[in-house]
Design a protein around this ligand. Structure first.
Ligand code: 0X9
Ligand code: ZN
Length: 878
């Protein structure tokens, strides 16, 4: 740590905001309580499928005429009394087309979209289920600048009216207001270029390039440049989005070589949308379990989830996570199991999530199709029926609905510029933004898509370390503290209150099966061999790369780097492959899921089979722990564990670090006994964070280190290595068995002045670059290689910069070795097991130790201690 990136990149230029204005709707001919909608009975139907005739049963409506070119935001809130489930949809009155919709499981709905001035709208609310006869509607209009921003804070609630309000002159006072170039009333944003773009950038389209990064050090250095580095890459390269000429210059200034993968991302985005329309038009039904042919909207997910629960009440239940998002959306999921409502029946739990990252639509599609897979399979496929019978399956397709809705409803733009909402990654938190950007609704924000926290850098696992940004505008901004976001707290709630033995979090687009650890400094867990075997098995189905995620580059605060180390439940990030964060549906969803061409997993089973393998692992008692015993019917067993785990030393914006923050985890799960014997599938009692670390025993002595001679003379300054090979070099040899067993090689160079910069590249005898170290602002470089093969090597030292070229600040160097680190073992941790009688009386307490694969008999945990307590109470001695 403490190293500075060679160049600072200003991520967001200041002064990007043009004025916008709110337009309050006139009250019009209001009737009594016009914002309260009524329906005498519920009708289980889609509210967004069609505009119902006025007066239709189970629905109510209000009409508006938009006074703005901008946004409509319609919200439902429960009325007084029962909440029930009401849904919401906004229609264009002229065409009957849906403009926006929301269909979560309760009566808290947010429907948001773009509207044109003068557009006639019908807001329709539908009572789907429950006893609430009324619901409260709020509708706001927000005028936008051509850039799609407003300078105002939160929208002021306007009173809806029964009929179309009489128009009065809108209070549009802002001189900069112009009519956006919208074509259709829905799903478009103004097409102007962003104010942060300057002249040279307007001629160079956004591109996807493949950057040559032969070593991990290169990858880490690339990550310091402030560019949009994707996770897509291989051992020697990573794909990077260059939004404009400035990004292109940053990359070439830093000496990286790259080749173009996608010459015009904007054109690709528009082309992909056209490809999707054509595919849907000619395909009545896809090979997917649901047969779907197009990317779902947020409201499609919500509606399908509740419909599945309604149609299969014993097999499927729908649930709302405890915290709503920054924009007030409910986060919804479903659970699939036999006798689904008995959530404390002790079966092992497989938890599948999608769309932490807004733009990664195929992740949500995969999660939703997995739900259909299990439901269809339960009825039509014996293998799946067997697996479903032995497990509980929890699926939350959209963890970040605020971000997803924005990305999904945005105009295809694909250029990754500030106002390219289609490529938004993060959530909608605005609290960490500077005041000038902390305004506006998330869909029309002065900071555009840069607003928010990266949910996949916000978990407590090693939070605050490398591989996450400290700046609010960064695409990997970690947030103000571990679990500062409702989206990650929702996942914490689920993982902490259920025995999630298997967790999978879906992303796009790098074709990877990733396990812990996310940072190289963290040694692998004791479970590494079994963990690797499971990842490799899944990768054999989708032909993705299976590896610990640090191997691509460091990340901290990611989902499984919290869940696994804290609970011991297997945790994987799967980066669904494809072309683009949400490439053509037929490829990124249908082909990747089913294992069809052009997916890498074509003919191997695809993600479908990888997920089934993972579920097979969930069902296998050898892969988790099992508590057995006996207890009378209706008693509640509880497993409890509280512990603290330190974050990483917290990296500060200047590169220095502050002490770790301790995160408290409180794990609580329950089993309701049915009388007699029970078996409870649980995670191991010792959390992997303390259990120890996997390693290997040295087979021989370590090779002694030695100083190297600096070759005579000084090479000229070269900032273009390896295109320009000007450098000096030295050779060295790594010994092998039986002479030496080296677990780690380190090639080190040192100099005096931090504004001098030497870079270091190490090649094996075949000329492959095996490691390198090329930082800026330091007085040393250390190129590290674990388990270096024996042989001859060459270190190349490049004179990148000199404080004063007239007085050369030359380097001194050495080569050092370390033995492999043997496996280490830590302390064992116990669960506290308690038994509570049906009347709520604590009748048994025990400490329980359980390792992975172990079945522990806890005996008659309720009755024996109940008996003992009774004896004590009556003064009995036996
Ligand atoms: O960077 C991420 O959060 C993920 N890649 S993505 O392109 N979908 O954003 C990958 C995270 C990989 N690391 C761990 N899961 N530890
Ligand atoms: Zn992602």
């Amino acid at each position: 740590m403490g190293q500075l990136p060679r160049r600072q990149l200003v991520v967001l230029a200041a002064g990007a905001v043009l004025a916008g204005v709110f337009v309050a709707l006139p009250a019009g001919t209001a009737v009594a309580a016009p914002n309260v909608l009524n329906a005498d009975r519920s009708v289980t139907r889609s509210c967004f499928a069609s505009l119902l005739p006025a007066g239709a049963a189970g629905a109510d409506r209000r009409e508006f005429t938009s006074t703005v070119d901008g946004l409509i935001q319609a919200r439902l809130k429960p009325g007084t009394g029962a909440e029930g489930d009401w849904d919401l949809a906004v229609f264009d009155k002229a065409t009957g087309g849906v403009v926006a919709a929301s269909a979560a499981l309760r009566s808290r709905e947010v429907a948001e979209s773009f509207v044109k001035k003068g557009q006639q709208l019908v807001v329709q609310a539908c009572r789907y289920s429950g006893s609430a006869r009324t619901v409260q509607l709020g509708v706001d209009f927000l005028a936008l600048t051509p850039q799609g921003t407003s300078t105002q804070t939160t929208p002021t609630q306007t009173t809806p009216t029964q009929t179309t309000p009489t128009q009065t002159t809108p209070t549009q006072t802002t001189p900069t207001q112009t009519t956006p170039t919208q074509t259709t009333p829905t799903q478009t944003t103004p097409t102007q270029t962003t104010p942060t773009q300057t002249t040279p950038t307007q001629t160079t389209p956004a591109q996807l390039v493949r950057v040559e990064t032969p070593t991990r050090a290169d990858k880490n250095r690339l990550n310091t440049l402030g560019l949009d580095v994707t996770e897509k890459g291989d051992a020697t390269s990573v794909e990077v989005v260059l939004a404009d000429g400035k990004d292109r210059k940053t990359l070439s200034d830093a000496g990286f070589k790259s080749s173009v993968v996608e010459a015009d991302l904007s054109a690709k985005s528009v082309q992909d949308a056209a490809t999707d329309r054509a595919y849907a038009a000619k395909t009545p039904s896809s090979a997917l379990p649901s047969g779907r042919t197009t990317y779902r909207h947020l409201y499609d997910y919500e509606f399908e989830i509740k419909e599945l629960a309604r149609k299969y009440p014993n097999l499927v239940s729908a649930f709302t996570m405890p915290e709503s998002t920054w924009e007030g959306r409910d986060v919804v999921g479903l659970e699939i199991a036999t006798d689904v409502r008995n959530t404390s029946d002790g079966k092992p739990v497989d938890f599948t999530m999608g769309v932490h990252h807004a733009r990664e639509w195929p992740a949500g599609e995969h999660a939703m199709e997995w739900a259909y897979e299990l439901i269809n399979g339960y009825y039509h496929d014996n293998t799946i029926r067997g697996l479903v019978g032995r497990t509980r399956n929890i699926i939350v397709p959209i963890i970040n609905p605020d971000g997803f809705d924005i990305s999904r409803e945005a105009e295809p733009k694909g250029d990754f510029s500030t106002f390219d909402y289609e490529m938004k990654r993060k959530n909608c938190n605005v609290n960490d933004s500077p005041p000038q950007y902390a305004t506006g609704v998330c869909k029309a924000d002065p900071a555009g898509r840069l607003r928010g926290t990266d949910p996949n850098r916000n978990y407590a696992g090693f939070w605050g370390g490398g591989g996450a940004e400290t700046a609010w505008s960064g695409d990997t901004f970690r947030g103000s503290a571990p679990f500062s976001e409702p989206e990650t707290r929702n996942v914490r709630w689920l993982v902490s209150s259920r025995q999630v033995t298997n967790l999978m979090t879906l992303h796009t687009v790098a074709a990877l099966v990733l396990r812990v650890p996310g940072i190289a400094d963290t040694r692998p867990p004791l479970d590494e061999p079994a963990y690797k075997a499971l990842g490799d098995k899944m990768a054999s189905r989708n032909a993705y790369t299976s590896e610990p995620s640090w191997m691509l580059y460091d990340t901290t605060g990611t989902t499984e780097d919290w869940s696994y180390w804290a609970t011991g439940g297997w945790g994987f990030t799967i980066e669904v492959g494809g072309n683009g964060f949400h490439g053509p549906y037929a490829d990124s969803v249908v082909a990747e899921y089913e294992g069809l061409a052009p997916a890498a997993g074509a003919g191997k089973g695809g993600n479908r089979q990888a997920f089934l393998d993972f579920l097979g692992n969930t069902a296998d008692p050898a892969q988790h722990s099992t508590l057995i015993g006996s207890a009378p019917k209706g008693y509640q067993l509880k497993l409890h564990k509280t512990f603290q785990t330190p974050s990483s030393p917290v990296v500060q914006p200047d590169g220095s670090t502050k002490p770790p923050i301790y995160n408290t985890d409180d794990l609580n799960s329950t089993l309701t006994t049915t009388g007699g014997r029970f078996a409870w599938s649980v995670n191991p009692s010792t959390r992997p964070y303390v259990a120890g670390r996997y390693g290997r025993d040295p087979q021989g002595p370590v090779q002694p280190g030695y100083a190297v001679a600096n070759p005579a003379g000084v090479p000229p300054i070269n900032q273009n290595y390896p295109a320009d090979t000007t450098a000096e070099s030295f050779a060295f040899h790594v010994d092998g068995l039986p002479k030496a067993d080296n677990g780690k090689l380190s090639v080190n160079i040192n100099w005096k002045n931090p504004t001098t910069d030497w870079d270091l590249f190490v090649y094996d005898a075949a000329g492959n670059l095996v490691t390198s170290s090329a930082n800026g602002g330091t007085t040393s470089e250390h190129a590290v290689l674990f388990d270096p093969p024996a042989g001859d090597y060459k270190a190349v030292v490049v004179n990148y910069d000199q404080t004063d070229p007239a007085v050369v600040d030359d380097w001194t160097g050495d080569v050092s070795f370390a033995s492999p680190i043997p496996t280490t073992y830590g302390p064992k941790e116990a669960y506290q097991l308690t038994c509570t009688s049906p009347k709520g009386k604590l009748v048994g307490v025990a400490d329980v130790y359980a390792d992975r694969g172990q079945t522990v008999d806890v005996g008659e945990v309720c009755t024996r201690s109940a008996h003992a307590q009774k004896q004590r109470a009556s003064g009995g001695t036996r």
